[in-house]
Design a protein around this ligand. Structure first.
Ligand SMILES: [Zn+2]
Ligand SMILES: [Zn+2]
Length: 134
């Protein structure tokens, strides 16, 4: 289960009407605009919480896959959990749940889980996005 939380609205993959949750089956592009800050939570119970900010809108040709979100963590900047020395460029989809697996470019190459588990950090919100923009 995961959810996106905006200033006054919560979009959940398992909406609870008691809390006024809305379904994630909406187009994220309708909600996002430059400067917007929102939160993304997943793996409820041992929740990982990301604060995301829309730092810009991409202009130009649209990708066939739809929205390309240019986002980053607001604070703190994600640091590579392996070398703790560089900004994370990738997240391992296997290790992210125990809050490791944030990897800089060079550590990503050596990560034990393999390249196919790695997602670019800038695109990590798309993990949830794919569900409802498709
Ligand atoms: Zn590193
Ligand atoms: Zn891993």
């Amino acid at each position: 289960m995961s959810m996106f939380e905006f200033a006054d609205e919560t979009y959940s993959s398992a909406p609870d009407p008691d809390y006024g949750d809305k379904s994630m089956r909406i187009k994220l592009g309708r909600l996002l605009h430059k400067g917007l800050t929102f939160r993304h939570e997943y793996d409820m119970g041992s929740t990982t919480e990301l604060t995301l900010k829309v730092v810009g809108e991409r202009s130009g040709a649209k990708r066939a896959s739809g929205i390309e979100l240019l986002a980053r963590n607001d604070a703190p900047v994600l640091t590579c959990t392996a070398c703790k020395n560089a900004e994370a460029a990738y997240v391992c989809s296997d290790c992210q749940y125990d809050e490791s697996g944030w990897l800089c470019e060079s550590c990503a190459e050596e990560h034990e889980c393999g390249e196919e588990m790695l997602l670019p950090v800038v695109n990590s919100p798309r993990v949830g996005v794919c569900d409802y923009s498709g």
